[in-house]
Design a protein around this ligand. Structure first.
Ligand code: BGC
Length: 594
């Protein structure tokens, strides 16, 4: 990847005393809030910046407005969670109706993306009346006599790049002392961008719009730890070294090699079998090897988020009719494997483990929810490392649900004498929105005795569902099925359809979008297949156990409702292989649009 120069002003957070945004938001006359850049992520020609606005005063505020001043120009192309006004080198962001009310100590979060050419210099964030000395055509109101906020020095764009090519990169100062655990590892640091995925994304039409975001690195077989034997690719250590070189403070990877993997499907069957000593190999050749690399002192100032075994424990709740899952429910199976992984990773102070909980369209029914709380709750409890054992849970990678269903937020609403959740599409599952599901899950886990600082992650890589089919309002039909079908943003024919769906890129990765939610993350990288569509497939040499699952065949009925087809896209390669057609669909259907 072309090196990008990132320069940080010394002072990142400016206090905004008294006069902030007084002209446009009169209710703010006693406001006292700070504005901090929590994630600054530049890539070749683009950037993403996440911003946290915190009420540091002693009284509530009803709105905020901050300004980002870009020394080299902003060229903003998008943003979320704020109203934006662009003017010269400045981007002003003000609160929306739902995130302006901040009680003392609470925060709102927004983000922007844009383009840059040449060196990228991160902006200075300040209250709207307090922008530094650069003259712009926008008249800047003069604040009344007030305490002077600290002034950030203007960064000097000619400062040389800190890491000369070919030298050993100096680990960045950013993330805190070794061994000091933070509440939310995703907040306040730059996230690693996988250069291999990024290059593939960037080579696709429209791909530059997402190529600079962080996606998780999958350790999907023992061989992935070392990386390709011909050296053409990256193993775990290569990725970590690259993360250090990028100055990243956070690296996210996926632990994905349980014995009897993908026990209720065929597309991602793994290399290890319980009946062939798979548990011993999982411990010795897989988890121990990963743990040894992660323990290297070279990475101790970086936060490492581990997504633990996507699509595993939920199968022990709902798919015990499958012989492979029955076996996985016994000794040396999923629970033993995950407990071992958590125990070993929990010994490393800078590793934060998040256990997969599928998604609400799978575990949302009350019987599944309560059985999962018990099974998964037991699996992650009493592991011996105290709070290091588990940082939280992650959803929406093994299939996915929208974060919100904006036109169907009340499952109990009556339409034509029927509750919305009784529509065919929802099948009495009361959860339509992943945000509600993970919030309830977190509360249930805390009630069960897990630490109150656990956080949730939602994979928003594919659950955007924008594009021309996206409804723009609530249906006026009084027929319950029409009402739901015309109002829902989830455009699948069935919620169980998991293979290569025509979804869309969802919310961009960001820390702390809501209380209790550590981050929106992209775990499943866009453009990587869920499974091969052709029943007459050739074996994947990397993963000879991967097979064709009929759910990946566009011509087959859905396993979960034979009255509809699978909705899978055609011409798909094996799971994990690059699949340009799927990437294109996700870009076109992105929501928020790219
Ligand atoms: C595949 C893995 C792959 C992952 C991410 C899974 O479905 O089985 O091999 O690494 O997706 O694309």
């Amino acid at each position: 990847m072309k090196p990008t120069v990132l320069k940080r002003p010394v002072q990142r957070a400016l206090q905004c005393f008294g006069f902030c945004a007084a002209l446009s938001l009169p209710a703010l006359s006693y406001a006292n809030y700070t504005c901090e850049l929590t994630n600054v992520n530049p890539w070749n020609n683009g950037y993403q910046i996440d911003v946290q606005v915190t009420n540091n005063g002693s009284s509530a505020i009803t709105g905020w407005e901050v300004t980002l001043e870009f020394p080299n120009g902003a060229d903003r192309t998008g943003g979320w969670n704020a109203n934006f006004t662009d003017s010269g080198n400045r981007v002003s962001a003000s609160s929306l109706s739902w995130n302006g009310n901040l009680s003392p100590g609470s925060s709102a979060y927004f983000g922007i993306i844009g383009n840059h050419s040449g060196d990228f210099i991160e902006p200075i964030c300040s209250g709207s009346d307090d922008v530094g000395p650069t003259p712009t055509p926008t008249p800047t109101p003069t604040p009344p006599v007030t305490p002077t906020p600290p002034i950030s020095p203007t960064p000097n764009p000619t400062t040389p790049t800190p890491t000369p090519p070919g030298s050993t990169p100096t680990p960045p100062p950013p993330t805190g002392a070794p061994g000091v655990r933070v509440d939310n590892p995703f907040a306040g640091v730059q996230w690693y961008v996988d250069p291999i995925w990024s290059a593939k994304a960037s080579a696709e039409p429209g791909g530059d719009a997402i190529a600079g975001y962080s996606t998780a690195v999958w350790m999907d077989r023992i061989g992935a730890i070392e990386g390709p034997s011909d050296g053409d690719g990256m193993g775990l250590r290569d990725h970590l070294n690259e993360a250090v070189a990028q100055g990243a403070g956070l690296f996210t990877f996926v632990v994905y090699d349980l014995p009897n993997r993908d026990c209720a499907a065929l597309a991602s069957n793994g290399e290890l079998r319980i009946s062939e000593g798979g548990f011993e190999r999982y411990k010795n050749e897989y988890i121990n090897e990963i743990a040894q690399i992660l323990s290297d002192a070279a990475y101790e100032t970086m936060r490492i988020a581990a997504v633990i075994e996507v699509d595993s424990l939920p199968n022990l709740v709902t798919n015990l009719n499958e012989p492979d899952c029955q076996e996985a429910n016994g000794p040396g199976g999923y629970v033993d494997g995950i407990r071992y992984a958590l125990q070993e990773l929990g010994k490393i102070d800078n590793v934060y483990s998040y256990v997969d909980i599928a998604h609400s369209g799978w575990l949302g029914w009350s019987n599944n929810f309560s059985a999962s709380v018990q099974l998964i709750g037991d699996a992650v409890s009493n592991l011996g490392n105290g709070i290091n054992d588990i940082a939280g849970f992650v959803s929406n990678s093994a299939n996915y649900t929208p974060v919100e269903e904006p036109y169907l937020s009340n499952p109990d609403l009556q339409v034509g004498g029927m509750q919305v959740k009784s529509a065919d599409f929802y099948e009495f599952n009361p959860y339509f929105e992943e945000l509600k599901f993970v919030t309830d899950w977190r509360n249930a886990m805390i009630a069960r005795g897990l630490p109150s600082n656990i956080g949730m992650l939602i994979d928003t890589g594919r659950n955007g569902w924008g594009g021309s089919g996206r409804p723009s309002g609530v249906s006026s039909s009084t027929n319950i099925n029409n009402y739901v079908n015309e109002s829902r943003i989830d455009r699948r024919s069935h919620r169980g359809n998991w293979c290569n769906q025509a979804g869309g890129v969802g919310y961009r990765p960001q820390a702390s979008p809501y209380a209790g939610i550590d981050a929106y993350v992209w775990v499943k990288p866009q453009g990587e297949s869920d499974g091969i569509s052709d029943p007459n497939f050739e074996i994947d040499p990397n993963d000879p156990a991967k097979q064709h699952d009929p759910m990946c065949n566009p011509n087959e009925p859905s396993r979960y409702d034979p009255s509809v087809t699978t909705g899978a896209l055609d011409n798909a390669p094996h799971a994990g292989r690059w699949y340009p057609e799927a990437f294109q669909v996700l870009i076109e259907n992105a929501y928020p649009p790219l």
